[in-house]
Design a protein. Structure first.
Length: 381
């Protein structure tokens, strides 16, 4: 008997094994819908792509570690009913994740693993099921380090490793000797769902310049440079006195950042928006003048693309994978943690006449159709 999980329901509907189809792909992810951070966003696009690429008698399964349940409304934009057959949301239970992966890997030809910490489970499935191949999606800082024994063993057994940027590829290869031909750059892509109901930025007028930043406000993510933006505000206000810094995101570092705003004397020019949903995020991008995230450790920087898709110029640190995304047509790069350079770049960008058309053209290089085409070519080799 084969168990089929019903979205938003803990029940399993059983059907005879003779009625099931030949399995094709199993996707593993830390989470898909619990948060809207970068990894879940891109793994949803992998799910969407493999569902759309599945041929007539091929099916897709997925297992997520942190999602408690998966609602059909969340799944609908990223799956096709004809190809998605089974899934399991493990509610942060690691043992359940391992059991579910091994069970759902039966009949599968390929596992796409969304995090290196889960790769040993994919390796175990391939060891138990000869002929099963697995690939890793390497996003950023999680692979810019040395690896433990099981991670190294799993990395060496991977059929391919898809890195979101050349920087991430280089850092990965520094930490483990792998065949470079198996470590391939496959950039992230824009989610077409975020493009829905977009308002033309040209139709929006604001009475004052707005610098937007979007980030987790976590004490473990201080490398994002939100405090640097706050500290740059006094200098920015000297050249653009009415400028507002709007901070979207939430986390345990919020009190420290709010205190920093007061210490810098810019309380009337900095707004904390907290968490916003996708619809509100589109509104934030539409209304801003400039997007800034001077982060030290972005593996790629999907949020820059989202701003660029709205025709907004970006300020990023000249670090990590961001320089591969930001071009002279779409923004400016500054040394990380250089407050004076950051303030100067923001002031320059606020006064510069940017071409929204040219910025959107830069973002179009990372469209979902192009991503799906690249993935299809790689999986066909």
């Amino acid at each position: 008997m084969v168990a089929r999980v019903v979205a938003g329901d803990s029940r399993r509907v059983h059907q005879p094994a003779t009625a099931c189809f030949r399995m094709n792909t199993l996707l593993l992810a830390p989470e898909l819908f619990t948060t809207d951070s970068g990894i879940p966003r891109i793994m949803r696009l992998y799910l969407k792509a493999v569902c759309e690429l599945a041929e007539k008698k091929e099916r897709v399964r997925f297992v997520t570690l942190n999602d408690v349940s998966v609602d059909s409304a969340d799944l609908r934009p990223y799956t096709t009913p004809a190809s998605l057959e089974q899934w399991e949301a493990c509610g942060r239970d690691k043992r359940r994740f391992i059991r579910s992966t091994l069970r759902l890997s039966a009949g599968v030809k390929l596992i796409i693993c969304g995090h290196v910490a889960q790769l040993p489970v994919a390796w175990l499935a391939s060891w138990l099921r000869p002929g099963l191949r697995y690939v890793l999606v390497a996003h950023g800082i999680e692979v810019w380090r040395s690896f433990n024994f099981w991670e190294r063993r799993a990395l060496k057994g991977a059929w391919c490793i898809f890195c979101v940027s050349e920087f991430t590829r280089t850092e990965l290869l520094k930490n483990i000797p792998l065949d470079p031909s198996r470590v391939i750059v496959l950039p992230n892509a824009l989610d077409p769902e975020l493009d829905k109901d977009r308002v033309d930025s040209a139709s929006i007028t604001t009475s004052q310049p707005v610098i937007l930043t979007v980030s987790r406000l976590s004490s473990t993510d201080r490398y994002k440079g939100i405090d640097h933006l706050i500290e740059a505000m006094p200098a920015i206000l000297k050249t653009a006195p009415a400028t507002k810094l709007r901070i979207v995101g939430r986390g345990d570092d919020s009190p420290r950042l709010q205190s920093l705003v007061r210490d810098c004397g810019v309380s009337s020019n900095v707004e904390f928006a907290g968490y916003v949903d996708d619809a509100q995020l589109r509104h934030e991008f539409t209304r801003c003048t400039l997007f800034a995230l001077p982060s030290e450790k972005e593996g790629f920087g999907l949020v820059y693309l989202e701003a660029m898709a709205h025709g907004k110029p970006c300020i990023a640190a000249n670090a990590g994978g961001a320089p591969e995304v930001i071009t002279p047509e779409s923004g400016l790069l500054v040394p990380y943690a250089d407050h004076d350079a950051l303030a100067k770049a923001c002031s320059e960008a606020l006064h510069h006449e940017w071409s929204a058309t040219a910025i959107r053209a830069c973002a179009e290089n990372y469209s979902y159709p192009k991503f799906k085409s690249r993935l299809s070519s790689l999986l066909s080799t």
